[in-house]
Structures are given as structure tokens and as C-alpha cells.
Design a protein around this ligand. Structure first.
Ligand SMILES: C[S@@+](CC[C@H](N)C(=O)[O-])C[C@H]1O[C@@H](n2cnc3c(N)ncnc32)[C@H](O)[C@@H]1O
Length: 260
């Protein structure tokens, strides 16, 4: 029987308090204030080196008020898809890049206790919350590391992984920055592995160029534009030293943005 991941996600989000208090006036006020803080600190001027400071500053607000029902709902399709991929295949090791407050990696770690998870983020403030969440859930199969996407290496993770995912965590201003992050992420994946990317965008993310689709990448095929079906669709990304691949990856990113 197929697992009802939607139902499990919903139950988990309720348990984690993600939906708690949404209707209360106090919550709404705090949510608006947190959004304002997020916005005031963002924009096109935010450089990679600013992300650490930015997310450290908003970490507590992020976990309490910005992991709101709308955001969580928008990424739920991606988590559901990751759970399906993980369930259906022989996956032993998984990495989440830009895990933030750890909501997603902890969900997967609870449901796949036999899998070894690692999760990284550039912000220690976010990682602290993620570690607290993992402890409170009694999770033993997840290790958190403070490392930027661009500095990821298999050695840091104790070897390559079968699946790497990043949700709302890939920000770039140029093709060069995009590829730097991409090479970091893909370097930790084994040759048959998969990369799942999802950035749901939305009001407070669109100041930066963001990737808005899922790559389900097996690294052994050609990139096909037709594989991209929606911002949360499926695409492929071929890991190759061919400089053309770089251009295609960026082209797909831009197309996806236009569609959004
Ligand atoms: C919008 S939050 C998303 C967190 C989580 N994936 C979620 O969906 O709730 C973006 C996260 O990406 C992290 N981040 C941004 N740039 C990064 C980079 N270059 N390397 C590692 N983490 C990064 C931030 O610190 C932040 O925790």
C-alpha cells in the first residue's frame, strides 16, 4: 500500500506547531513583523556573505512565524516527492543543503530511520534550532554541519550521498554564483544519485533570482527542456565538464522564472 505522505506531513506539521496559532491576532501581528524584518534585510544587494548574518538575525522568527502555513504548504509537494523517491529506491545516505530550522530533514529522518542523513546550513542560528528539533524528536540518524553550499565536499559528509536536496535555499545573482553553488551540491552526490531542488519563490523571495523547479537528476541523461513541467516539476541536470551544460542549466533557471 502506498504511503499517504500528505497526511503524514500534515500530522507532523501540526505536531511541530507550524499551524498553531495561525488564526490568532497575535500570531498574525508577529508574522507581519517577522516578514517586515525579513524584507528590510533583503533585496538585490544581499550578497552570499550576507546570508549568514541575515539568517542568524531572523532564525527564531523564521522558525516561529515564517514557517507559516502558506510557505509550508508550498514546499509540501517537494517533500512529498522526496519521500516518494526515497521510499521507492535503494537510498542509504541523504543530504539537505540549506536545512534552515530543520523542519524537512527531521520529517524524513523520523520516517526513514535506516537512512543516514546530513544537513548543512550557513547560519549557526538556524542550525541551533534544527538541532533542538532533532533532539526533541529523538532523532539519532542526522548530523548537522555549518557549511555553505559552495564549500560542500564529500569528505565533510563522510562520503557521497544518494540524494541531495535543497528547499528554498539556493540564491544567486549571476550564472557564476549559480554554478558555484551547483558544483558544491553536485560534488556530494554519487554518480547515480539525485538532486532535488525547489525554491517556491513568493513575495519575500523574489528579490533574488531563485531556482524554481525540481531537478530530479540522475547525472546520466541529457538535459531536456520538456522535463520541466512546472515550478515544482521535474527536470534533469547532467553533471559534466562540458561548458554547454552550464549554459543549459542557467537557461532552464531563467525559463522557470519566467513561468513563475
Ligand atoms: C528560506 S530558508 C529555507 C530553509 C529550509 N530549507 C526551509 O525550507 O524551511 C534559506 C536557508 O538557506 C540558507 N542558505 C542561504 N545561502 C546559503 C548558502 N550559500 N549555503 C548554505 N546555506 C545557505 C540560509 O541560512 C537559510 O537557512
Amino acid at each position: 500500500m502506498k504511503t499517504d505522505w500528505r497526511a503524514r506531513l500534515k500530522a507532523y506539521h501540526l505536531q511541530q506547531g507550524v499551524y498553531a496559532g495561525t488564526d490568532s491576532e497575535e500570531y498574525q501581528q508577529q508574522h507581519s513583523a517577522a516578514m517586515e524584518k525579513l524584507r528590510s534585510n533583503r533585496g538585490n544587494t544581499l550578497k552570499p556573505e550576507d546570508f549568514e548574518r541575515h539568517y542568524d538575525a531572523i532564525a527564531e522568527d523564521y522558525a516561529k512565524y515564517l514557517l507559516d502555513p502558506e510557505y509550508v504548504e508550498s514546499i509540501s509537494s517537494a517533500i512529498k516527492r522526496i519521500a516518494e523517491i526515497t521510499e521507492g529506491q535503494k537510498i542509504v545516505r541523504v543530504h539537505e543543503a540549506g536545512c534552515g530550522a530543520g523542519l524537512d530533514v527531521c520529517f524524513l529522518a523520523v520516517h526513514f530511520p535506516e537512512i543516514e542523513f546530513t544537513a548543512s546550513d550557513i547560519s549557526e542560528g538556524m542550525l541551533e534550532i534544527a538541532r533542538r528539533r532533532a533532539d526533541s524528536l529523538g532523532i539519532r540518524n542526522t548530523r548537522f554541519l555549518k557549511v555553505a553550499h559552495e564549500n560542500l565536499t564529500p569528505e565533510l559528509l563522510g562520503g557521497q550521498v544518494d540524494l541531495c536536496f535543497a528547499i528554498g535555499a539556493l540564491f544567486y545573482h549571476s550564472e557564476e554564483e549559480f554554478m558555484t553553488h551547483m558544483w558544491g551540491l553536485t560534488s556530494v552526490i554519487n554518480p547515480q544519485g539525485k538532486l532535488v531542488l525547489c525554491t517556491p519563490g513568493g513575495e519575500y523571495l523574489n528579490a533574488l533570482a531563485t531556482v524554481m523547479w525540481i531537478f530530479n537528476c540522475t547525472f546520466d541523461g541529457e538535459i531536456k527542456d520538456s522535463d520541466i513541467v512546472s515550478p515544482l516539476g521535474i527536470g534533469t541536470f547532467t553533471k559534466t565538464s562540458d561548458s554547454d551544460a552550464k549554459t543549459v542549466a542557467m537557461r532552464l533557471a531563467l525559463q522557470s522564472q519566467e513561468r513563475w
